[in-house]
Unconditional design. Sequence first.
Length: 237
Amino acid sequence: MAAAETEDPGHSVGKAIRTVVWRILVFYIGSVFVIAAILPATSKSLASPFAGVLDAARIPGASTAITLVAVVALLSALNANLYGASRMVYSLSQRGEAPRILTRLNNAGVPLLAVAVSVAFGFIATVLELLFPERILPALFQLVGSTCLVVWGSALVSQLILRRRADRDGTPLPLRMKGFPGLTILGLVLLGLIFAVGFSAESSRVQLFSTFTLIAGIALACAAGARLTSRNRAANR
């Protein structure tokens, strides 16, 4: 998404793809391995695992330092998600699936209105969490987790269909994933297993059903909106 605003999107995307594998191995899988190797499954330190690992290493002031690092990481994640949300709103408005006013750009090419709308939703969620503590934030966490699974599944299915269509039509692709379609099918199988486990557990079954219901409602609303827009355009002609 951010690559579209760089000078050389093809190079930027390729570089990001090449580095994402070792970043996941080091920062995600590596950190989880260290936590699992040091802290017992029953340890109370798992409430803040990184601080717990550093406390176990008896490093002075480590707990405070890791807390500050976590705060900076959260702010970075907030910035990244704000960027993504505002650009998604801008893209929807360009396609006529959101108010056209959100396509306005400032002199630097930034969709300020889209950014403002994204920030407003963040403030609304914060206020709701203050009014209904321990209810809004857990619901958002659950919604984000199940929605990510749906988004990844949609991306894999889209890649499977569009890559085959491009190969059939002879469309040149600047970036071609190696191991296609095997890796794509493997990803779909893994996601299918995750969904199977989720539906088998009572605690996550309601979450998944609610997510699918919400997505179906959004899809129906988008379809109705697209049909209404096409009718209005035909009537204006």
